[in-house]
Ligand binder design. Structure first.
Ligand code: AMP
Ligand code: MN
Ligand code: MN
Ligand code: MN
Length: 303
């Protein structure tokens, strides 16, 4: 048996996992650095992962590959098996969904150009949010958000939410989102990100695998959920992120059964952004339920 060589970063580092039971591998394949809406550097995230005994790690900034090289170098320096990663913003049936790409070539021109296109929409969208928040008495959101980012193309609702939280005395960003930034609230500005097919197409062209991030977080009827998962699978999607830091245990189990029903695999990720904001720390991810095969066993093929 050998590791699957497909477009995979840091292949040789994964060799020790070959000896493990894939269901017991401690994987965190979803987190954010200060190159998107997290507060840590890629190096700090890697150190946290190592300290938590994570065995397989990926940094998945929103629509950005800026931290990949730093994460790779930091992971390699502590012998932490690492995959390239990204979380792509997609609009599907009028809703935002997130597709995580893993194990791709971070320099592939189609992926690089597609992500740049998404990032180029962020500033205009933040300006629109700024104007609509000003109408409900929250003036200055854009400047406040811009002062937090390292690059204007990273500007996100999280940066605006942090400013509202500080200004209005909220301790939980989820409350800020619920009051100001979610659907139907003053800061809700309709947006068209990438299409589902484009996102999976870019990931696949770059040799990686596509994962539907935190499936319990979308508000979809059972029929729409079925359509989304079918379309994701037809577009080449491989796994559901069943074990998400944002899922309750019953959601982990529900989506594990779902993944197995649709012949998809399971992925795991904390979706860590910052120590003071995340419910779970980096690496604190539920186990993959045994009804579904972990994504990473894909990379062990017999011949
Ligand atoms: P954006 O890409 O600008 O739309 O921002 C999306 C990010 O906002 C997500 O990745 C989360 O980090 C954060 N976010 C979205 N909804 C919520 C929520 N209800 N509570 C807390 N954070 C949220
Ligand atoms: Mn985020
Ligand atoms: Mn997400
Ligand atoms: Mn995320």
């Amino acid at each position: 048996m050998r590791l699957h060589p497909r477009g995979y970063q840091g292949l040789k580092d994964l060799e020790p996992l070959f000896h493990s039971d894939p269901w017991r591998v401690r994987a965190d394949l979803h987190c954010h650095s200060y190159h998107s809406d997290g507060l840590c550097s890629p190096q700090q995230l890697t150190a946290k992962a190592k300290a938590q005994a994570v065995e397989l790690f990926a940094l998945t900034d929103h629509d950005s590959l800026k931290g990949q090289q730093e994460a790779r170098e930091a992971a390699e320096s502590v012998q932490l098996p690492w995959l390239s990663g990204v979380e792509i913003s997609v609009t599907w049936a009028g809703q935002t969904i997130h597709i995580v790409g893993l194990g791709f070539d971070p320099e592939h021109p189609l992926l690089v150009a597609g992500l740049a296109r998404i990032r180029s929409q962020r500033l205009a969208r933040a300006q629109a949010i700024d104007q609509s928040l000003a109408k409900v008495g929250l003036e200055g959101a854009l400047d406040a958000a811009l002062s937090q980012v390292r690059d204007i193309e990273q500007i996100s609702r999280t940066h605006i939410a942090r400013w509202i939280a500080a200004r209005c005395g909220f301790s939980d960003l989820r409350e800020v989102f619920a009051r100001y930034l979610c659907d139907g609230k003053p800061g809700d500005v309709p947006q068209r990100w990438a299409s589902l097919r484009d996102s999976t197409g870019w990931i696949q062209a770059a040799g990686g695998v596509a994962v539907l991030a935190h499936p319990a977080r979308y508000r979809l009827s059972p029929l729409l959920q079925h359509c989304l998962i079918e379309e994701f699978r037809e577009a080449g999607g491989l796994a559901l992120e069943t074990a998400s830091g944002s899922h309750a245990l019953r959601e982990v189990l529900h989506f594990s059964r779902f993944a197995s029903q649709y012949q998809l695999r399971a992925s795991a990720g904390s979706d860590f952004h910052a120590e003071q904001e995340s419910r779970r720390g980096l690496g604190e991810v539920p186990m993959i339920a045994d009804v579904v095969e972990p994504l990473w066993s894909k990379w062990y093929v017999s011949h």
